[in-house]
Design a protein around this ligand. Structure first.
Ligand code: ASP
Length: 340
């Protein structure tokens, strides 16, 4: 049977073109896709398209879009061998993280890609990113998909989506995965690092589409005021906070700060500790400045990115009303988002 890939176009630079009069980037009609990438016709795959309407710059991505993407994959799961999502790069890591938790038992490739330059530009990176993503989505070994997980393909590299961070706003090489190696490299050959890629579990796809917005992100910085901490911790309704702390999970030991965090935890707030660093893990036993946090009940996010921690909490809080279950499930790895 012919391999079939569903391409879901959400928006972002990849599908934009310059308005000749104003010079501003705006989405182009996807019917012209084959004009920009005639090579697509050379694939022996069936390519079908779904377009978001309206198309969005990924800075406008919201949980409702993640739910839509999850439902599109779910509804078309049996019909297609793989999925390619064209998405703006700005919030791509957040979407990849969210989808990795929302699509439980994923046994088919969901490759998210985009570009820094629009497809219509001569030097576009979008053409390579797009074509290679389709190839990866179609790749099989012994009739089983080679990459049955949510990934990001950008500038010759395939990353586990929930490990990524957009670190560069200009380079074609825009993503980093500090705590997990790349899953594949694209050169003359597509080199898959099979031992690093999740294995299919052959269970039925189960989707999670109840997402909670009762979460917040708290970035620490030297000189932060009491009002800043207070305003975030007292947001209502709020059930969990992802704290981005320093280094290996350290924070100021100022009494006022620890007291505020401890009071919030005692009142039922879940506080998760992630690092502001792009690589490495939270280890609250290493320094006094970390130990104090673990003593008052802060949960370690280990080597998860803050985007992955946020997305995981949104899914868990959407499903469970008791903190104990949320914390227990949060601490377990689901789909390669944290090291064991
Ligand atoms: N602002 C664009 C977006 O994220 C940038 C891009 O596509 O890379 O939608």
């Amino acid at each position: 049977m012919e391999t079939s890939i569903l391409i879901i176009y959400t928006g972002g630079t990849i599908g934009m073109m310059k308005d000749q009069e104003t010079g501003v980037l705006k989405p182009f009609n996807f019917d012209h896709l084959y004009t920009y990438i005639p090579a697509l016709k050379n694939f022996n795959y069936q390519l079908d398209f779904v377009c978001f309407d309206p198309l969005i710059d990924s800075s406008n991505m919201a949980p409702e879009h993640w739910i839509r993407l999850t439902e599109i994959v779910h509804e078309n799961y049996e019909k297609y061998d793989g999925f390619v999502i064209l998405h703006g790069s700005d919030t791509m890591s957040f979407t990849a993280s969210a989808l990795s938790f929302m699509l439980e038992n994923l046994n088919k490739p969901v490759i998210i890609t985009g570009s820094q330059l629009p497809l219509g530009e001569l030097r576009t990176d979008g053409r390579e990113n797009f074509i290679t993503s389709v190839e990866i989505a179609a790749a099989k070994m012994d009739d089983t998909p080679i990459v049955p997980e949510v990934t990001i393909f950008f500038e010759n590299k395939l990353y586990r989506g929930n490990r990524t961070f957009k670190f560069n706003a200009e380079n074609f090489n825009a993503f980093v995965s500090g705590n997990y190696p790349v899953l594949a490299n694209a050169g003359i050959y597509l080199k898959y690092h099979h031992d690093l890629i999740l294995k299919p579990n052959f269970k039925k796809l189960k989707i999670h589409t109840k997402l909670s917005d009762e979460v917040a992100l708290l970035k620490l910085f030297p000189g932060m005021s009491r009002t800043y901490i207070h305003s975030i911790l007292s947001a209502q309704p709020l059930r969990a906070v992802v704290m981005e702390s320093f280094g290996s999970g350290n924070a100021t030991t100022a009494n006022w700060f620890l007291e505020k965090i401890e009071n919030a935890i005692n009142q039922g707030l879940i506080v998760v500790n992630t690092t502001q660093c792009l690589a490495g893990s939270v280890d609250m036993e290493k320094y006094e400045t970390g130990k104090k946090l673990s003593d008052i009940g802060v949960i370690s996010g280990k080597d998860m990115t803050s985007a992955a921690a946020l997305a995981k909490l949104m899914v868990l809080l959407g499903e469970y009303s008791d903190n104990e279950t949320v914390i227990k499930k949060f601490q377990k790895p689901w789909c390669g988002e944290m090291s064991v």
